[in-house]
Design a protein around this ligand. Structure first.
Ligand code: GCU
Length: 407
C-alpha cells in the first residue's frame, strides 16, 4: 500500500505486437545457485520450493495456516434441482480461530444419477451464488462492505456457469462468492471483513498486506472448499478441477501452485498476474495492477513497477508450479488486455518442466487460430470474442479433464 503510485500508470500501456521487446524469457530451470535443474526429482525437491517461496514473498503472499477447526452446516438440500438432473446443497463453511469465526457459503450441484463417485469442478464466483444459476431459491450471497448483495439479480452471471452441461457430463460443481472470503475492494475495511481478521485480529491492513494478499485468501478458500467436499460421499476429491476467470483465474493458478490436490487447474483469461508473460509488455503492466488493485498482491510487489521488461522471472515460473498436473489456459480474441499470445507463450515456456516428467506440456509452439483447441498436459485455446468464460470454454476444459483424469 505504501508504495502505491500517485499518477495513473495506465497511460504507459501498449497493445501493439510490433512494440513487444525482444527479450528472452528466463528459464525456470536455472536455480538460485545458477546451476541447472537436473531432473524431475531435483525440480520437486529443490527448485520448485525456490519458485514457490519467491511467489509467496514477492507476489501473492503467505498461505494461511489451517483454522483450529472447520465446520460444515447444510443449510438446504434439494433432490430435484436443475429439472431433476442434480442434487443441490448449500453449505455454510465456518473457520474457527480461538474465539473468532468466519463463514462462507458454498453452493454444490451433484449429478443425480451418478453410479460411482464423480469428479468435481471448484470455482469462485464474482457476484454471489444466486447469480450463477437460474434457480430462484438459492440463498443470496456475495455482500459488499455495506452488507448489501453486490448483485441482487438472480442468474445475472449464469452464462458463465453452464451448470446443466457440467452435471450432464458427470461433474459436480462447487462455487462460493469470492467476497465471502475477502471482499474485493481496495480499502482497509475489506481486510477487516476478510478471513485474515480471524487469524491476525491485531494487525492493521497495512501490516497484513506486507505478508498477505486478497488473491492469497481466495486461493486458500478454494482449498478449504475442497476440504469441505471431503465430507461428500458421492464426490471423488482426487479428481478435482479448480477453475477461475480473470482475477479468479490468477487465483486458480495460485491455488493450484499451493495445493497439489487440484489435478486440473484452469486459468481462463487470467492475464497479467496470472498466465500472461510480463516481459512482453503487452497490455496490463505490474504498475497498473498495483495501482488499481493494491490488495490483490503483497505490498512488496510494488518494487517491480515499471520493471516488466527487465524481470528475472516471469509467469512461466508460476505455471511451472502446476507441473506435471494438467493445466488449461484459455484466452479470448478480443481480450488483448490479458495478452492471449503472452498467456500461450508462458505455457510454452512452462513446458520445460513438464518435459522433466517425460511429457510434452503444451503440444505446439505455434499460437493456434481462434477456436482451435490444443489438448495436452498444458492445453490452450483462444475463443473468438470477449473477455468472459462461456459454455464453449467449459466444454474444452471438461474434455481435457475427461481425457486426463480418467473420467
Ligand atoms: C481488470 C484487471 C485484470 C483482471 C480483470 C478481472 O481488467 O485489469 O487484471 O483480470 O479486471 O478480474 O476482471
Amino acid at each position: 500500500m505504501s508504495g502505491m503510485q500517485k499518477s495513473n500508470p495506465g497511460d504507459k500501456v501498449k497493445m501493439i505486437e510490433e512494440a513487444v521487446p525482444c527479450r528472452q524469457i528466463p528459464s525456470v530451470l536455472v536455480k538460485n545457485s545458477g546451476k541447472m535443474v537436473a531432473n524431475a526429482w531435483d525440480w520437486l525437491h529443490s527448485r520448485r520450493n525456490e519458485v514457490l517461496d519467491f511467489y509467496t514473498r514477492e507476489v501473492y503472499g503467505k498461505w494461511l495456516k489451517n483454522p483450529d477447526k472447520m465446520s460444515c452446516e447444510i443449510l438446504s438440500e434439494k433432490d430435484d434441482a436443475l429439472h431433476g438432473k442434480a442434487r443441490r446443497k448449500e453449505i455454510k463453511i465456518t473457520f474457527y480461530k480461538e474465539n473468532r469465526q468466519h463463514s462462507i457459503l458454498m453452493l454444490l450441484y451433484i449429478p443425480r444419477n451418478a453410479k460411482s463417485k464423480v469428479p468435481v469442478c471448484l470455482g469462485l464466483n464474482f457476484k454471489g451464488n444466486h447469480t450463477t444459476v437460474a434457480e430462484d431459491d438459492c440463498l443470496i450471497s456475495g455482500r459488499g462492505l455495506d452488507g448489501e448483495p453486490v448483485e441482487p439479480v438472480r442468474g445475472a452471471q449464469q452464462e458463465r456457469w453452464p451448470v446443466e452441461m457440467i452435471v450432464e457430463r458427470g461433474f459436480a460443481l462447487a462455487t462460493c462468492c469470492y467476497h465471502d472470503i475477502f471482499p474485493d475492494f481496495p480499502v482497509a475495511e475489506a481486510w477487516k471483513k476478510s478471513v485474515y481478521s480471524i487469524f491476525s485480529p491485531d494487525k492493521t491492513p497495512e501490516e497484513l498486506n506486507k505478508e498477505y494478499s486478497a488473491i492469497g485468501a481466495w486461493a486458500w478458500g478454494l482449498s478449504r472448499m475442497l476440504d469441505a467436499l471431503g465430507c461428500e460421499e458421492s464426490i471423488d476429491c482426487r479428481r478435482a478441477m479448480v477453475v477461475g476467470h480473470s482475477r479468479l483465474g490468477k487465483t486458480a493458478l495460485w491455488a493450484g501452485a499451493n495445493d497439489c490436490r487440484f489435478q486440473v487447474v484452469v486459468s481462463n483469461d487470467s492475464g497479467h498476474g496470472g498466465a500472461a508473460l510480463f516481459k512482453r509488455c503487452f497490455g496490463e503492466t505490474i504498475a497498473v495492477l498495483n495501482y488499481n488493485f493494491p490488495h490483490w498482491f503483497v505490498d512488496g510487489f510494488n518494487k517491480y513497477n515499471d520493471m516488466d521488461a527487465d524481470l528475472e522471472f516471469d509467469q512461466n515460473f508460476l505455471l511451472s508450479l502446476i507441473a506435471p498436473r494438467i493445466l488449461c489456459i484459455g484466452s479470448a480474441t478480443e481480450d488483448l488486455w490479458a495478452d492471449p499470445k503472452g498467456e500461450f507463450l508462458a505455457g510454452v515456456h512452462a513446458s520445460e518442466v513438464y518435459r522433466l516428467f517425460g511429457v510434452a506440456g503444451m503440444p505446439s509452439n505455434k499460437h493456434p487460430e481462434p477456436d482451435v483447441n490444443l489438448t495436452g498436459e498444458i492445453s490452450y485455446h483462444m475463443r473468438s470474442g470477449k473477455h468472459n468464460i462461456l459454455a464453449q470454454d467449459w466444454d474444452h476444459y471438461l474434455s481435457v479433464a475427461e481425457k486426463f483424469t480418467g473420467h
